[in-house]
Design a protein around this ligand. Structure first.
Ligand code: OOG
Ligand code: MG
Length: 257
């Protein structure tokens, strides 16, 4: 039996991102299952690495019920972050570079000494050197921001850009910190880090386990996004976005007019 055309699907998704043009969903039509979808994601990210981008981290997706409900997919997923996706704290993006961008508040981990594949994380403070408030800008390449589980995995879990705020030492508890997303100084979303798998530290266990299944090892120095605690909010030209996590501070992003 001939399987789905992994390279061809990755090329379609890559071109959609490069030209900021939505495409129809393709998993059902091409018979893409979850494993094949991660193979597409690998090819899609390789396309970026081939043009000089560097892998700088891993992101988790759909680790909260709010996110699962918003997109109608209820499995935890993971994707890759490259250096070109990183926007400095307080930096600006242009909505014209994206199809239908949304922002969401995140908690970021700076990875340090990680366990060998198959081993449990053990001490979180050994595995994570610092934590920070962050903003993720997601931009599904599919029309109407609508997708199935294999579709969103193939599309590198909608990854498009991210901002990391100031790094701070790991606080005593990370499991019930208030999370706030403000647009132009007005509250757009409120939540708690408890929404992230009960405790965002669990996202790292899940990331190690799920990425490890596909032979992907996390690296010291990488940024790890634990997944949004709240639903994502559409990004408008001229907007000022701020994500605040209690005890950790804020990260911010401007959108060009
Ligand atoms: C998929 C990516 C989800 C998160 O933090 O849950 C994600 C999407 O919502 O398009 O990044
Ligand atoms: Mg996210």
């Amino acid at each position: 039996m001939i399987g789905p055309d992994i390279a061809g699907i990755a090329e379609k998704l890559g071109a959609a991102a490069d030209t900021a043009t939505a495409i129809p969903q393709l998993a059902a039509e091409t018979g893409l299952d979850v494993d094949a979808a991660y193979a597409v994601q690998t090819a899609l990210v390789k396309r970026r690495l081939d043009r000089g981008e560097r892998l700088v981290g891993l992101k988790m997706g759909l680790t909260s019920k709010a996110k699962m409900a918003q997109v109608g997919v209820d499995e935890v997923i993971w994707g890759r972050l490259t250096d070109v996706m990183r926007v400095p704290d307080g930096g600006a993006v242009d909505v014209g570079d994206f199809i239908h961008p949304r922002v969401e508040p995140e908690v970021a981990f700076l990875l340090d000494r990680l366990p060998d594949p198959g081993e449990p994380v053990g001490s979180f403070t050994r595995a994570v050197r610092a934590v920070a408030p962050a903003i993720e800008l997601i931009d599904s390449r599919y029309a109407n921001f609508t997708f199935s589980l294999p579709d969103v995995i193939a599309d590198n879990t909608s990854a498009a850009a991210f901002v990391v705020g100031p790094w701070a030492p790991v606080p005593d508890g990370l499991d019930n910190l208030g999370v706030l997303l403000e647009i132009d100084g007005r509250v757009a979303q409120v939540g708690s880090t408890a929404a992230i798998l009960g405790d965002p530290r669990r996202a790292l266990d899940e990331g190690l386990r799920l990425a490890g299944r596909h032979g992907v090892r996390l690296r010291k120095g990488w940024v790890f996004l634990a997944g949004a605690a709240t639903a994502a909010v559409p990004l408008r030209p001229g907007a000022h976005v701020r994500a605040t996590v209690e005890k950790l501070g804020s990260a911010s992003l401007k959108v060009l007019p």
